[in-house]
Ligand binder design. Structure first.
Ligand SMILES: [Zn+2]
Length: 282
């Protein structure tokens, strides 16, 4: 596989009791940063895996019923998370951006999509269809805010489901195949169903030859994968399908057991991000 550079960068965060995301977890509120994957392709430029929070999230959740979403997940978006200051802080030139890869259409993953509206969007057809077809109340209840994704992006969308299916390296077992979204084998989208309609992860090999699976919201923490421990049924049933969710979690757990070197990175788990970077946890 073509190697790609990879960094996780935080863009805003929210807080929930741990128990809402991990069965038997504590009632203590825990930070859930919104992590954005910055993928440096050797010839194509930078691709973002999701966008994290953005001031657009605050605007979109001003009216009711959307305000309920912000109440349920109070969001911190600081000055440093504003575009393009956020890009500049990490030395990412705006003209180096080549596309947006969307794991799924929950508001905390696509809030900054408007900044990338001129670029191709790689996403699940099923996810985009759900975003565009659902009723307003039902969508808010499921964490979706259609206004965050400019409709002009729909015409620029490249659907995972239409990309060629290719075999994954054995490092990703039991996941055996992915969708070759750029056509060069560098970035392979892997369906991880259950969290919500059209929920996908991304498999690649990083510049240090390490196999990486970005698993988005298939889990909220690396601990959940290690212990094969789902959130309470209430959480999974609210947004997706509990049995399917648990099947995906079981596959991630198997992947972790098969290959301790595989980096499985959830979008809201600071401990997994720190372990991947090799920093000392503080
Ligand atoms: Zn989500």
């Amino acid at each position: 596989m073509i190697r790609v550079g990879f960094r996780w960068l935080e863009r805003g965060k929210t807080r929930h009791p741990e128990t809402s995301t991990l069965k038997g977890g504590s009632l203590r509120p825990v930070d859930f940063p919104a992590l954005v994957g910055v993928i440096a392709h050797p010839t194509r430029g930078h691709f973002l895996f999701d966008t994290g929070y953005d001031p657009a999230f605050i605007e979109a959740t001003e009216p009711f019923p959307e305000r309920f979403y912000r109440w349920a997940t109070p969001v911190a978006v600081r000055e440093e998370h504003h575009w393009p200051a956020w890009l500049a802080r990490d030395g990412i030139a705006e003209d180096s951006l080549a596309g947006l890869i969307v794991s799924h259409f929950h508001g905390d993953h696509v809030a900054g999509a408007r900044h990338l509206a001129h670029l191709p969007m790689y996403c699940a057809q099923a996810g985009l269809a759900h975003l565009r077809q659902g009723a307003r109340f039902a969508l808010v209840r499921k964490g979706m805010l259609p206004a965050l994704v400019p409709t002009a992006m729909d015409a620029q969308a490249h659907f995972f489901e239409h990309a060629p299916e290719v075999a994954l390296p054995t490092a990703f077992a039991p996941f055996t195949s992915g969708r070759d979204i750029l056509g060069d084998g560098s970035l392979l989208a892997v369906e991880l169903p259950g969290h919500c309609p059209g929920h996908w992860g991304l498999a690649f090999v990083d510049a240090n030859d390490r196999a990486v699976l970005l698993c988005a919201d298939a889990v909220w923490s690396g601990k959940a994968i290690d212990e094969n421990r789902p959130p309470p049924r209430l959480t999974t049933a609210l947004m997706g399908d509990t049995a399917t969710y648990c099947g995906t979690l079981d596959q991630l757990h198997q992947a972790r057991c098969n290959n301790g070197e595989l980096a499985i990175l959830p979008s809201h788990c600071p401990a997994s991000a720190i372990a991947y970077r090799g920093d000392d946890a503080d």
